[in-house]
Design a protein around this ligand. Sequence first.
Ligand SMILES: Cc1cc2nc3c(=O)[nH]c(=O)nc-3n(C[C@H](O)[C@H](O)[C@H](O)COP(=O)(O)OP(=O)(O)OC[C@H]3O[C@@H](n4cnc5c(N)ncnc54)[C@H](O)[C@@H]3O)c2cc1C
Length: 402
Amino acid sequence: MSDLESFREQTRAWLEENCPQSMRWAPRKRGNPALADDLVWGGKKQTYPNADAKVWLERMAAKGWTAPTWPREYGGGGLDKAQAKILSQEMSAVRAKPPLIGFGLTMIGPLLVANGSEEQKLRFLPEICRGEIRWCQGYSEPGSGSDLASLQTRAVVDGDDYVLNGQKVWTSYADQSDWMFCLIRTDPDVPKHQGITFILLDMQSPGVSVQAIKLISGASPFCETFLDDVRVPRDQVVGAVNDGWTMAKALLGHERTMISDAFSESSERNQLVELARTYIGEDGDGKISDQVVRDKIAQLTMNKVCFDLTVGRTKEAAKIGQQPGPESSIFKYYATELNKDRHSMMVSVLGPQALGWEGEGFEQDELDVTRSWLRSRGNSIEGGTSEVQLNIIAKRVLGLPE
Ligand SMILES: Cc1cc2nc3c(=O)[nH]c(=O)nc-3n(C[C@H](O)[C@H](O)[C@H](O)COP(=O)(O)OP(=O)(O)OC[C@H]3O[C@@H](n4cnc5c(N)ncnc54)[C@H](O)[C@@H]3O)c2cc1C
């Protein structure tokens, strides 16, 4: 038996024994981890959806499998790409939920692995792997979204610290987070991309205040984050001072990969078909009875299969440790647009049953479809809008003129 085969056998046996039943997706519902509300984001304010969730996280973290490919000395599993793929396949086979999700594992962690100082790696990465700290992203400002480099939040040096003043907006889960990674202007007298620094900020620091932005749904995933004379030690800069734009782009590469990865769940493909069978019906041959619906689903399914294959091929071809570049915009753009189309189709298939928000007359599954559809609209805005991705693809991937 090869090393990889024996790794697969051991992994399968370990998962079978250690993944609690309640931490496995129900047969029909394998949620989108980015949207599911019963998953563990970690951090000091974490309340676990059930006791098994904590056990599952502790067991996986002890093996380093919350961050399978990170080096062992930083709390990761030290797996190579082939082993990590096997772990992921075996987790899918038992329908295991991810033990831990969040921006620590998918965004700031990978950035620190590649660009953090040794002290920063040793300080933050093990805590991220164990789910002990939760992170939010302080990029956008009231006047700076797509034109992110125009940001105005300032830092001035005072002894060993920076003193920060300004405001961030749309900071997802700032009220739940222990730390924020943020972009701050450290030199206002140079071209805008050159005077920005990437800084790690403890949300407990005096002068940080957070206000939730209430959405029409009643939920408040977004916050405004105000920074008033917040002192941050200068060793919490990642990368070089005034070179934050390089870090910002690298992090956005991870963010865009994370967003597109969230939609390459092949099992999600079947949800639309199942909904169509239930709500539209089947003909005598077991086919979805409406031909137009059938055609549209077939087209969406083909697009999804092609997308998954392209993502898979690109990942295979990527060298180990390679950081995502501007081509991550292609995947981010296509995955989120396709996901919106798929959700629109699900809503169409449900017909009037997609009109519910809460209350009687609607099954929970139906309400979930409607809410997921609405949430899918945000996927092509967060991490840079689709228009911005198209600009990046044109300029940085295709090399088209300005
Ligand atoms: C679900 C969600 C979560 C988010 N979480 C966070 C977070 O945690 N942290 C954070 O910092 N931010 C977060 N954001 C904010 C997000 O990054 C911004 O909304 C996004 O970058 C767009 O900026 P904006 O909203 O200011 O829109 P604008 O930049 O004002 O854009 C408005 C419209 O103009 C278009 N447009 C702008 N410039 C161009 C151009 N050059 N070419 C063509 N079209 C253009 C845009 O595509 C868009 O349609 C989140 C947003 C969403 C929806």
